[in-house]
Design a binder for this molecule. Structure first.
Ligand code: UDP
Ligand code: MG
Length: 329
């Protein structure tokens, strides 16, 4: 039960939700892989409100392996929240993420680190030979990957692969919500990170069940809209709303002018010109859009003021230096 003495260079984050059958083997594999790396490392398992015996298993792992630590969330807050809790507690300058179900191979960590040392800030795992069903997993994922790559301009084959390695300074400032952990390489790309992709081993899930269904695809696409908006207009939402508002308003003015021209110069009654109603519609919508932009500007200012608010609640932790846990919590 000894504390890992030195400050870790590498933090390995593993979100866990009802994975009790996988945890003993996971502990063994990760411990062995990390030992072979020859660097001081910590392994942070975040229990995302499991309802089976996962947390007890995790605590047992923190007793067996000195580099293992536990963070337990108050309730099931989702994989993204579990990862961002792990990021908050991570002390390493490198942060790796891994699934708890043994689908990722912890021995790939060495490859990722080697790649990072070539001069990258993010090395993203690519499940080139993915061991999941085609119709409801690989196909939606392929579509989502092309969309994300096209819209964010950060080109990766496999955003959904959890196995990734980052320099911590690109992760620490992020606030992640919804299903957004898969966009983290894109966020890092927005900050100017150098990103590499590396094929990694992928294994079928042998124990426990997948926590996701097809509905995830829709969430990912909606999140993508938010991400694009945040990248392009977060600082200045009025440029988007106000820009649309001005265009609609101008169209409205033009149409109103055309109606009046026809009335006064051609003698066509306004009641006989449907264009008049259309111009009123455009003017109103344009005005509303500008107001919406102003509201968004106010919201953005509030957001930046309270942005330190986390999206999860930590119930308890184990394996941390108590003083540090207090500061980080
Ligand atoms: N997970 C989590 N919270 C959730 C759902 C999943 O922490 O609400 C964890 C889960 O225990 C696993 C990882 O996220 O370690 C990936 O989940 P899963 O294997 O079900 O996803 P898939 O591989 O099927 O995409
Ligand atoms: Mg899995």
């Amino acid at each position: 039960m000894s504390q890992s003495p030195a400050k870790p260079v590498l933090s390995v984050l593993i979100p866990v939700y009802n994975e009790e059958e996988n945890l003993p083997a996971l502990g063994e594999e990760v411990h062995a892989a990390v030992k072979d790396l020859g660097m001081t490392a910590e392994v942070i398992l975040t229990d995302d409100g499991s309802t089976d015996g996962s947390y007890e298993q995790i605590v047992a792992l923190t007793r067996r392996y000195p580099e293992f630590k536990a963070v337990r969330l108050g309730r099931n807050a989702g994989q993204t929240a579990a990862l961002s809790a792990g990021i908050k507690y991570a002390g390493g300058e490198l942060i790796a993420c891994l699934d708890a179900d043994l689908q990722n191979d912890p021995r790939d960590l060495a490859k990722l680190i080697g790649k990072l040392q070539e001069g990258y800030d993010v090395v993203s795992g690519w499940r080139k030979d993915r061991k999941d069903a085609w119709l409801n997993r690989r196909l939606p994922s392929q579509i989502a990957n092309s969309l994300i790559s096209w819209i964010t301009g950060v080109h990766l084959h496999d955003y959904g692969c959890t196995l990734k390695l980052y320099r911590a300074r690109y992760l620490k400032p992020l606030r992640l919500y919804g299903e957004m952990h898969r966009f983290v390489p894109a966020f890092a790309g927005f900050l100017g990170a150098r990103i590499a992709e590396l094929p990694v081993n992928h294994r079928p899930r042998t124990k426990g069940t997948s926590k996701y269904g097809i509905s995830r695809t829709f969430k990912v696409i909606l999140d993508l809209l938010t991400v694009k908006f945040m990248d392009a207009y977060m600082g200045k939402p009025i440029y988007l709303f106000g820009g649309g508002g001005i265009v609609m308003g101008l169209l409205g003015v033009l149409m109103a002018a055309a109606t009046l021209y026809k009335k006064f110069f051609l003698g066509i009654y306004v009641k006989d010109q449907p264009l008049f109603q259309v111009s009123i519609f455009f003017l109103l919508v344009g005005f509303q859009l500008i107001l919406l932009g102003l509201l968004a500007e106010i919201l953005i200012r509030v957001y930046f003021d309270i942005k330190d608010k986390p999206s999860y609640f930590v119930r308890e932790t184990a394996g941390f230096d108590p003083k540090l846990a207090e500061v980080r919590g």
